[in-house]
Design a protein around this ligand. Structure first.
Ligand code: NCD
Length: 312
């Protein structure tokens, strides 16, 4: 694999073999991510965090990953605190940042912005979420979580629940699940289904995709329940959001007929979709999932930044 110097904008930028190698490397990174072992391959490297949209886990786990690898970070944590407030374009901001750091991690509210950033930068760019578009590193850590629980990514049955229209995590994840040969069950409130072009692409890849709006039925013989938050901030009209707000909630009663080994995942933050009573059940995998962000992002950055040149 050579991810050296490459941009990671969409999960489709990575082959199945490349994903498998990142996951294998991430497993080895766990004791380093926990601070039990030390390695500093990025000692002389700076990674810029350009976050123009709210973030807790993604930014902090990227920062933790860089620092665990011995590198350092420079950070825009808030668009309002950068010169974009003065009207600077994204292109100029990123082009300038690429002179300050060996790689750039970007999150931005507009779909396509990470691809634009990659054109502006002569350093590798990693997409940490572009609007309703893609969130490839979330997918890598989602896969790591499933692999840790089931030892495989093939032949699983995964329910994608919630806002499949605006949720970028599921846009990336669905592709990877089809790539690895797992079955996808779509369950969403009216109007929030997976976009047609995404479904067509999955089917074109030979992916097995079905829909099951009845949550209890969907859960019954599944291995993973992947819950998402309704992406309130992406609704053009707040009244449409109000129609679907609170339309699903995972609690003990929903999980009553689930397989004992079913895991409940969520990219977080949750906003009422999973009742806290689930947290103490063996089904809850979301906090482990959030931790795995660190070793997975360490593995990715280590692969991308080894030699620091673009296109290498
Ligand atoms: C997700 C995101 O930003 O897309 N969060 C994350 O990165 N862990 C999901 C969300 O905001 O609902």
């Amino acid at each position: 694999m050579s991810l050296h110097g490459r941009d990671v904008i969409s999960i489709r930028d990575l082959s199945r073999e490349e994903i498998e190698e990142i996951l294998a490397s991430a497993r080895k990174m766990v004791p380093y991510a926990e601070g039990k072992k030390v390695m500093h391959p990025l000692e002389d490297k700076i990674v810029a965090m350009a976050f123009f949209e709210p973030s807790t886990r993604t930014r902090l786990s990227f920062e933790s990953a860089v620092q665990r690898l011995g590198g350092s970070c420079i950070t825009i944590a808030d668009a309002g605190a950068s010169s974009m407030r003065k009207g600077e374009s994204l292109y100029d901001t990123i082009r300038m940042l690429s002179g300050y750091a060996e790689a750039i991690v970007i999150r931005h509210p507009n779909e396509g912005s990470a691809r634009l950033a990659a054109r502006a930068s002569d350093r590798p760019v990693v997409n940490a979420g572009d609007g309703a578009g893609q969130h490839p590193t979330q997918t890598l850590l989602d896969l790591a979580t499933m692999q840790e629980s089931f030892d495989t990514l093939t032949g699983l049955k995964i329910v994608l629940l919630g806002d499949l229209k605006y949720g970028r995590t599921v846009h990336s994840l669905a592709h990877a699940l089809a790539l690895f040969g797992s079955e996808i069950v779509l369950s969403s409130p009216p109007g929030l289904g997976l976009p047609d072009e995404v479904i067509e692409r999955l089917e074109h890849m030979g992916g097995k995709v079905t829909a099951e709006p009845d949550l209890r039925k969907a859960v019954r013989d599944s291995d993973v329940l992947y819950v998402t938050r309704i992406q309130k901030e992406r609704f053009p009209d707040e009244s449409d959001y109000r129609k679907v707000a609170g339309s699903y909630r995972i609690d003990a009663s929903v999980l009553r007929d689930a397989k004992p080994r079913l895991i409940v995942m969520h990219p977080l933050p949750r906003a009422g979709e999973i009742s806290p009573e689930v947290d103490d059940t063996p089904h809850a995998a979301y906090f482990r999932q959030a931790f795995l962000a660190v070793p997975v992002r360490m593995a990715l950055l280590n692969a991308v930044l080894g030699e620091g040149k673009k296109g290498g």
